[in-house]
Write a protein that binds this ligand. Structure first.
Ligand SMILES: Nc1nc2c(c(=O)[nH]1)N[C@H]1C(S)=C(S)[C@@H](COP(=O)(O)OP(=O)(O)OC[C@H]3O[C@@H](n4cnc5c(=O)[nH]c(N)nc54)[C@H](O)[C@@H]3O)O[C@H]1N2
Ligand SMILES: Nc1nc2c(c(=O)[nH]1)N[C@H]1C(S)=C(S)[C@@H](COP(=O)(O)OP(=O)(O)OC[C@H]3O[C@@H](n4cnc5c(=O)[nH]c(N)nc54)[C@H](O)[C@@H]3O)O[C@H]1N2
Ligand SMILES: [Mo]
Length: 764
């Protein structure tokens, strides 16, 4: 039947019946049995598992399952009854699998057997676990240097798996631990560490119950953090102002019907979320925040001239901050003209947003990829922090900084030492506890790992989850690089494109998912732990039977590889894999904040890891919270682009029906797109200037100054509320347009949200 819904901007509220309906459909389409539904009741419950959907915090007093469409999809994706079993790999050569879409690959279902690539037959074939471990160990040990290996991590790994994995890599001899964080919130970690001495957010979930104003910047929670919408909505109902800064008009941020509230859904109502919505140009947020700071400082001067109470938090600035005077000078030196030009917002709009800030006692600012995936992300985060420090919004109830993490345990993985640039203190602790000298030289970040793979310096790739080949920029280059590896190992739940690019020796090792029961040799169920965006550490125990009898936990797999590679003299890997309490004891000895770990993690809702900045303790170079005192970027990509009708800046983002490289379906309901992903969102006036028509197909040409021809062909123009000169489309399809060399200053994060592109009528 033809789909009669139009590809135009959606107008109804996000959430609500539509979300429930979509979730039901998603359960059925994923082939999830009733255990999928049962599993949902245990998501984010004290005795259940941590929802793999996102890293939003769990409510302290939550008594019933927090409904979330995103979570339903993530859980049912894992609980599918479909199997990528041995018959699949007998039927299809790797070349055949490589020609299939990611959607098709994941749709084969859960991996069931450890597999080894056979070059002669071009098939993956079954291999015994112990044989696989021994061979992987000998391939790793045959490398000339440990620094020729990369150990990649995706942010779903539990704390225990992550801790063992980094311990193994360092005992083996390298800090090459690229991870998805390098492509995600790296700029937040770098910027916040410089400014406040800790690379994490300072708020707790309860703070959302008290805030008077919440700025949601460069983030689309309706799709990517739906549980956050509930907290925003409750805040809005109390009268808190929700201010959205987003290049696109995101429906989830405009209106939202909460599926937890049956009555409202029955009457078809919906609450307005964002009281004010501002649409800066791509990369224009630093200018917007500096503009707001200008307003605050002007108000403070006016107050002082009138002999009134200061507007800035004088005591906070005096007792806790450094660089204030220089910051004021930098703000004064920034003209309104420069601010308007870079942000794309008018002075009046910025004054309006600043007025909300000024009227609020307690302010929270949240952000995600719309802030972190630009060239100037680190200084933008510094400026956001500056702005919040002006009125002392760090380290008091109801206020604070909140980078909202992506993967459900990406923050915990960093805490556990998944970091290519580990701190000296962390390495010293490893040395003390385990009695060895860990490598001190920094390792490869994701971008550098790719560089080393391309140059031939890196010869082995081990992936703890993730879909490296699809998630990284310049997707076209990575395939050959992976195939040239001496060794590729993927620890995974489902088949994806990266697995179809095996090196000379290639392995796929199937693991248990987070929703599944993990028992040890005595038949006792094991518990793992995770850390959410608010630094809360809690336990997670699956409830579904494992998807297959041959599956092992990530921990057991890491332990198996480690024992075969570095031996068990310093670490009894087998014993740890059989009792995760033992791993937690080691974490407690190595990493601050985990005292009494095994007891505390068994308390309902877990425990707070604490946050120095929240306590107004500043572990920065100056020992104080430090203002960034530099100028705005000279030019953003938007400002650099030639002012011609066919030149744009492109951001690559998520649809409502995907989880990163996992594409659940072809709809993007809240944006009114159905049945396809080859679309590009564009301002109607730009369509006219191009001399084109809505829904016409175009080719998107990426940067080519380096001689690489980057073209994405046949994308449909979708008219949308987006500033002129800015366009948007979906990752991972558009990753081929993001040049590997185009990364954020200081963060090395791919600039996935500001790519200079040219549009032409579709060829052919
Ligand atoms: N369902 C679902 N949930 C997810 C994920 C998923 O794929 N699917 N992924 C998880 C992961 S790993 C992450 S990191 C998070 C990602 O969560 P988000 O950061 O919300 O993800 P994106 O889809 O990249 O959306 C970026 C948002 O920023 C806006 N934006 C882009 N550029 C700019 C800019 O320059 N300025 C401003 N002000 N806004 C801008 C875009 O319009 C868009 O609304 O979600 C996590 N949760
Ligand atoms: N152009 C562009 N590129 C981007 C982004 C963007 O916005 N634009 N976003 C970036 C961001 S924020 C991120 S975080 C990265 C994501 O990069 P990755 O983390 O590498 O990618 P995912 O798609 O999350 O990984 C999906 C795969 O993980 C495996 N998996 C799922 N669950 C489990 C599990 O429990 N255990 C194990 N071992 N494996 C599992 C499955 O095999 C699945 O195919 O992509 C980045 N790339
Ligand atoms: Mo992410």
């Amino acid at each position: 039947m033809a789909d009669t819904r139009k590809n135009t901007q959606g107008s109804k509220a996000a959430g609500g019946w539509e979300a429930l309906y979509a979730s039901g459909r998603s359960l059925i389409a994923s082939g999830a049995p009733m255990s999928g539904a049962k599993a949902l009741m245990k998501a984010n419950q004290p005795d259940g598992f941590d929802c793999p959907g996102c890293a939003w915090g769990d409510p302290e007093h939550g008594s019933s399952f927090e409904f979330c469409e995103n979570g339903v999809k993530a859980v049912s994706w894992e609980a599918t009854e479909r199997r990528a079993d041995l018959s699949l790999f007998a039927r299809h050569s790797v070349s055949e699998l490589a020609a299939m879409s990611d959607h098709a690959l994941e749709n084969f279902g859960r991996l069931t057997h450890p597999l080894r690539y056979n070059r002669e037959t071009d098939h993956y074939e079954p291999v015994d676990w112990e044989v696989a471990f021994a061979e992987i160990g000998s391939h790793l040990n045959a490398l000339e240097t440990p620094d020729a290996a990369n150990f990649y991590t995706s942010g779903r790994a539990s704390n225990e798996a992550a801790f063992l994995y980094q311990l193994f890599a360092r005992l083996y001899g390298t800090n090459n631990m690229p991870d998805c964080s390098n492509m995600c919130h790296e700029a937040s970690g770098v910027g916040l560490t410089q400014a406040i001495g800790i690379g994490k957010g300072t708020v707790r979930l309860e703070d959302f119950e008290q805030a008077d104003a919440i700025f949601v910047v460069g983030q689309n929670p309706g799709t990517n953090h739906p549980r956050m919408l509930g907290d925003l909505r409750r805040a809005a109902e109390r009268g808190a102002r929700i201010v959205a800064l987003n290049t696109l008009k995101e429906r989830g941020l405009q209106r939202f019907a909460d599926p937890q509230r049956k009555l409202e859904m029955a009457v078809g109502g919906s609450a307005r979320i964002a009281s004010d919505y501002f649409q800066p140009r791509l990369g224009g947020d630093m200018a917007a925040f500096r503009g707001m700071a200008k307003v605050v400082i002007a108000a403070d001067r006016a107050a002082s001239a009138a002999g009134e109470k200061p507007v800035v938090d004088v005591a906070f600035i005096r007792d806790h901050c450094s660089g204030y005077e220089d910051y004021i000078a930098a703000v004064d030196a920034t003209s309104w003209e420069a601010i308007e030009d870079q942000s794309g917002l008018t002075r009046a709009e910025i004054e309006k947003a600043a007025a909300i800030y000024l009227s609020a006692e307690k302010v929270i600012c949240t952000w995600a990829m719309g802030i972190t995936q630009h060239r100037h992300s680190v200084i933008t985060i510094r400026e956001i922090t500056n702005f919040m420090m002006l009125r002392g919004h760090i380290g008091r109830p109801g206020a604070g900084l909140c980078p909202v993490r992506g993967h459900s345990n990406v923050q915990g993985d960093r805490t556990m030492g998944i970091n290519e640039k580990p701190s000296t203190a962390f390495l010293d602790a490893l040395a003390n506890v385990f009695g060895f000298e860990p490598p001190r030289e920094h390792g490869y970040s994701t971008i550098r790992a790719i560089g080393a793979m391309l140059s031939g310096e890196a010869r082995a790739f081990v992936g703890l989850g993730g879909n490296f080949a699809r998630a990284v920029p310049d997707g076209g280059l990575i395939e050959a690089a992976l195939r040239r590896q001496e060794l590729t190992v993927h620890i995974a739940t489902k088949l994806n494109a990266s697995h179809t690019m095996p090196g000379r020796h290639g392995y796929i090792l199937p693991c248990l998912g987070r929703t599944e029961i993990d028992v040890n040799s005595q038949g006792k169920q094991q518990l793992v732990t995770v850390e959410d965006s608010m630094s809360m550490v809690h336990g997670s125990a699956g409830i579904n039977p494992p998807a297959g009898t041959h599956l092992r936990s990530e921990i057991a797999i890491v332990a198996g590889i480690a024992a075969a590679t570095v031996g068990s003299a310093r670490v009894d890997w087998q014993a740890l894999a059989d009792n995760y309490d033992g791993i937690r004891d080691l974490i407690e000895k190595t990493i601050p904040g985990f005292d009494d770990f095994n007891r505390r993690v068994r308390m309902p809702r877990g425990f707070d890891l604490g946050n120095t900045a929240r306590q107004r303790v500043w572990k920065t170079v100056t020992g104080r919270a430090t203002f960034y005192t530099g100028a705005l970027p000279e030019k953003t990509v938007y400002q650099e682009r030639e002012k011609r009708a066919d030149r744009f800046v492109l951001q690559t983002m998520r649809s409502h029906d995907q989880y990163n490289t996992t594409v659940y379906g072809m709809d993007d309901r809240y944006r009114g797109v159905y049945g396809e992903r080859q679309v590009i969102f564009i301002n109607p006036a730009d369509i006219t200037s191009l001399g084109m028509k809505a829904h016409q197909r175009v080719d998107i040409h990426g940067p080519d100054e380096d001689g690489v021809n980057r073209v994405a062909k046949g994308f449909k123009l979708v008219p949308y509320e987006i500033p002129q000169g800015c366009v948007a489309g979906y990752f991972p399809e558009l990753n081929l347009l993001v040049p590997l060399a185009s990364v954020g200053d200081l963060s090395e994060t791919p600039t996935s949200k500001s790519i200079a592109v040219r549009l032409s009528a579709a060829s052919g």
